[in-house]
Design a binder for this molecule. Sequence first.
Ligand SMILES: Cc1cc2nc3c(=O)[nH]c(=O)nc-3n(C[C@H](O)[C@H](O)[C@H](O)COP(=O)(O)OP(=O)(O)OC[C@H]3O[C@@H](n4cnc5c(N)ncnc54)[C@H](O)[C@@H]3O)c2cc1C
Length: 247
Amino acid sequence: MKILVCISSVPDTTTKITFADGNTKFNTAGVQYVINPYDEFGLSRAMQLKEKMGGTVTTVTVGRADTEPVIRKALAIGADDSVRIDADPVDSFQVASEIAAYAKDKAFDLIITGRESIDYNGGAVPGMLAELLGINSVSPCVKLEIEGNIATMQTMIDGGKEVVKSNLPVVAAAQKGMVDESELRIPNMRGIMAARTKPLAVVPGSASGNTAAKTFDLPAPKAACKMISADNVEELVHLLHTEAKVI
Ligand SMILES: Cc1cc2nc3c(=O)[nH]c(=O)nc-3n(C[C@H](O)[C@H](O)[C@H](O)COP(=O)(O)OP(=O)(O)OC[C@H]3O[C@@H](n4cnc5c(N)ncnc54)[C@H](O)[C@@H]3O)c2cc1C
C-alpha cells in the first residue's frame, strides 16, 4: 500500500490572529506552526494502515522552507519520506494542482488529506485534487478501511452517516473519527532522532495561483455579557426581542 498524506503547516490553534501591512497580510511574527489537526488524524490512520498492510507513507506539503519543522514532525510521527513542493500556497486550486502534478505518475494507492485547513478553511483541496487526478474523493471521511482494491469509507450526511465504497486510488479527507483522539500518534524521542535523517525532497512548484487576498478583517469583538435577574422574565423577553432579535 503506497500512501500519500497531504500535510498543511498552519498556525497553532492558540495563536492570536493579527494582520500586518494595512490588513493585507497575516502577521506571522511570533506564530508557532503545527501540522493541521485534521492532517494529524489522516497521518495517524496512514500509519495504522501501513502497520497492518505494509507499504510506505509519504507526506507532501506545498510551502517554503519555513514549513520544514512541521514536515520533520510528520517524519518523526512515522512517515517514511516527505516531499516539499517549493511554492507559496496562494489558493486552493494552485495547491491542489501542485499536489496533483507531483502525484500523477507516482501510483499512490491512497491519498489522505485533512477535510480542511484550519487557517484558510477552504475545504476545497481534497475535491479539486481528486478531480485533477480523475479519481474519487470522500469528505469528510470519518472511517477508512481498505480491503484489496476497495476503500470503505464512512462520511457524514445531514442527520446521519453514509458508507461509501470506492476503488483505489481514492482521496479521503480525514477528520476526527478516522482515528480517535486517543489514537493520534505523538513523536517519541526515537522518532525525532530518526526524522533528522529521513528523506525530505524539495521539488520546484509549477502551478500559478489565480487569486490573491486583498484585505482581511477580524470578526467584531463579542459584546459584553448582560446579566438579567432570574425572576425578570419580562426583561429577558424584551432584550431577546429588541437586542438579540432572536424572537
Ligand atoms: C503565506 C500564505 C499566504 C496565503 N495567501 C493566500 C491568498 O492570498 N489567497 C488565498 O486564497 N489563500 C491564501 N493562502 C491560503 C492558502 O492558499 C491555503 O493554504 C490553500 O489555498 C489551501 O486551501 P484551503 O484552505 O482550501 O485548504 P483546504 O482544502 O481547507 O485543506 C484541506 C486539506 O488539503 C491539504 N492541504 C491544504 N493546503 C496544503 C498545503 N499547502 N500543502 C499540502 N497540503 C495542503 C491538507 O491535507 C488540508 O487538510 C495563503 C497561505 C499562506 C500560508
